[in-house]
Design a protein around this ligand. Structure first.
Ligand code: GCW
Length: 644
């Protein structure tokens, strides 16, 4: 049993004998332990007496539970010494805990900053790189049970026989670890591969093509998970091309996988260049009327916020607004908008901030209640994370980026965990249980995402990054073809003020929120300052809670963000000699890069804002190092992760 090997590798000596079992094992059944609530994946780890001997029992209703229990025990003992009695028990709150790989068939990764794709499509299916097994082990250890292998900007090729065989080889490696394989599909594949004239979901020939394709996939991968679809978004084909709805498209695919117990994850990330509506509103406008129209094996996958994985966004208004549809939440683990792998930004606080947000729909209901299906008693529930994994030796582009993969898995299993508890556990499992190391690392991590918010644009500003690659500042960009690709579209700064008016006097995106939440966002006085300019256009002189003007406050945030990175460097320096030398050195170098780039963000942004508002910097504030023209002249044609 795999769990046995994991225990042998990781457990300290001096424990009582361990029994890995299932609820049905006769000696275990006799103990009458509470297995009922555990489902197929939950576990129970207990010190029990078996045949008169103290025994450490690890069990679930099936093998998957025992495997997760083994990892839970390893995790527990990494942070807590063994005491004579032990009792751990947990079952996942979310059913589908899935990574989304935006990996292309040529080995590149869209928005990937950890090297080439782990999947070597060229040598698959014959060569099964041992790293595929390590990948599966790492995922299983944090409860992830599914992986979408290819980019949502999908090529039809991944549905051809050779690529199905390659996916099947990966599925074979992952299966023993409880991980199912899914594929992103290109909606127009019946035209490209099947020679049909249309991909209209209402055309019987199209539905028949997908059904035959699903049957073919299931012959190769009997436990294939299903399809992920990006349709009618950023140029991808979809049902809207034929006047059919997203529900028509999703349901047609759902029918194809239904006989095999497959599911469809249909993304709500849609916005159209032809639509002048505030981009933040478009997904809700398109999907809300479809509530109740999706087949029962469809989940609608909604990004955490209404724009696009910004360092901070208010939660997406669709959460709670489609009670008859299971909504998956999609987080981005890879840091497309947080300056890539080099910047240390622990995303636990970003994830929990959204999961804990009250939807305003039902009393006390949170986004997590919607996502885990509890709110409406949905059978299906899911959480997706856009992976930050590549072929780099450290898997994620840096040691600290592994924490974001880890936090995603832990929160998908239990959305109620605190970001800090997860950070502490990760620090101890990664660097060992030295108190000073764990405290320092946790302290660095906990404020790190807020620091990125501060030095890239606080107070609810968003999408100020440079064009295309999204690396570094570009708040001045105003010349792109589609209005909503331009940073100026988002910040709307002029001599008088700054911010996007999303109240009734503006786009009224606030109207997509419910109850007390909508009421709070409707007025600047009741909007949290961290989201102020997301919802309101306000004068630069507006008084903030601390008595400063908005302009002074914004400047203060930039300086605070830069200072935080400086402090992280000192904190990390204090750990020299206490963590692995190679990891220490790389992290120290990355922190130096981060500090330089945080300054660059600050200086470039201030230079630009001053060119718009014609205001001096508050007394004592250091002026930008260069003039605005210098910042505008910076170009990075080979920045990693670009779409192509
Ligand atoms: O975040 C944006 C990215 C695109 C991505 C898109 C999406 C896969 O810039 O690269 O495409 O979102 O989520 O579909």
């Amino acid at each position: 049993m795999l769990a046995q090997t994991e225990l042998e590798r990781a457990l300290p000596a001096g424990l009582p004998p361990i029994l890995l079992a299932t609820a049905a094992t006769p000696s275990v059944a006799a103990l009458r332990l509470p297995f009922e609530g555990l489902g197929p994946e939950g576990y129970l780890v207990r010190t029990v007496t078996l045949n008169g001997r103290p025994t450490l029992l690890i069990a679930g209703n099936g093998d998957k539970g025992a495997l997760y229990g083994a990892f839970a025990l390893i995790r527990h003992l990494a942070t807590t010494p063994f005491a004579d009695t032990l009792s751990l028990s947990s079952a996942p709150r979310v059913k589908l805990r899935v990574l989304n790989h935006w990996d292309n068939l040529d080995g590149s990764i869209e928005r990937g900053y950890a090297g080439q794709s782990l999947w070597d499509w060229w040598t698959l299916p014959d060569f099964r790189d041992p790293r595929y097994t390590d990948y599966a082990r790492a995922n299983a250890s944090i409860g992830i049970n599914g992986t979408v292998l290819n980019n949502v900007n999908a090529k039809a090729d991944s549905l051809t026989a050779p690529y199905i065989a390659k996916a099947a080889a990966l599925a074979d490696v992952f299966r023993p670890w409880g991980i199912k394989v899914y594929l992103s599909v290109r909606f127009s594949a019946p035209i490209e591969l099947g020679g049909l004239k249309t991909a209209d979901p209402r055309d019987p020939a199209v539905a028949a093509w997908w059904k035959a394709k699903a049957d073919e996939i299931y012959r190769a991968i009997p436990d294939f998970g299903g399809f992920l679809v990006k349709a009618n978004s950023e140029g991808q084909p979809g049902p809207r091309d034929y006047g059919a709805s997203h529900a028509d498209g999703a349901n047609m695919l759902a029918a194809a996988v239904k006989p095999h117990d497959g599911i469809v994850m249909w993304r709500a990330f849609v916005y159209a260049e032809t639509d002048p509506e505030d981009r933040a509103k478009q997904a809700y406008t398109e999907f809300k009327p479809l509530d109740g129209k999706f087949a029962d094996n469809v989940l609608v996958q909604v990004k955490n916020g209404a724009i696009d994985f910004q360092p901070r966004e208010p939660f997406h208004p669709l959460f709670g607004a489609m009670p008859r549809t299971p909504l998956m939440i999609e987080f981005q683990i890879t840091k497309e908008y947080l300056d890539f792998a080099t910047h240390l930004a622990y995303l636990g606080p970003l994830f929990t901030e959204v999961l804990d947000a009250k939807t305003g729909q039902k009393r006390g209901e949170t986004v997590a209640d919607v996502v885990d299906g509890q709110a409406e008693g949905h059978k299906l529930s899911g959480m997706a994370g856009v992976a930050n994994i590549g072929r780099d030796r450290d898997w994620s582009g840096s040691t600290f980026n592994q924490a974001n993969w880890y936090a995603f898995g832990r929160l998908a299993w239990d959305p109620d965990l605190s970001a800090e508890a997860i950070a502490r556990a990760w620090a101890a499992e990664t660097f060992g249980n030295d108190r000073q190391v764990v405290d320092t690392v946790t302290a660095m991590m906990m404020g790190s995402r807020e620091a990125v918010v501060d030095y890239t644009g606080a107070l609810g500003l968003a999408h100020l990054m440079a064009t295309g690659h999204h690396y570094g500042p570009g708040p001045w960009v105003a010349d792109l073809a589609r209005p909503e690709w331009n940073p100026v579209y988002y910040h709307r700064a002029d001599a008088a003020g700054i911010g996007f008016d999303r109240t009734t006097s503006g786009s009224n995106a606030v109207g997509q929120y419910a109850g007390p939440v909508a009421r709070a966002f409707a007025k600047p006085e009741t909007t949290p300052e961290s989201m102020l300019l997301w919802f309101h256009h306000l004068p630069w002189d507006r008084r903030m809670a601390d008595g400063r003007t908005l302009w002074e406050d914004l400047v203060g945030h930039y300086d605070r963000g830069v200072a935080y990175v400086g402090r992280m460097r000192q904190q990390w320096d204090s750990l020299k000699g206490k963590v692995d030398a190679e990891i220490w050195q790389k992290t120290a170098t990355y922190l130096a890069i981060q500090e330089r780039e945080a300054r660059w963000w600050r200086d470039a942004s201030l230079a630009y804002w001053m060119s718009v508002n014609h205001r001096p910097l508050p007394a004592g504030v250091r002026p930008p190092e260069h003039d605005l023209a210098w910042y505008k002249a910076q170009h990075f044609p080979y920045a990693p992760g670009q779409a192509h």
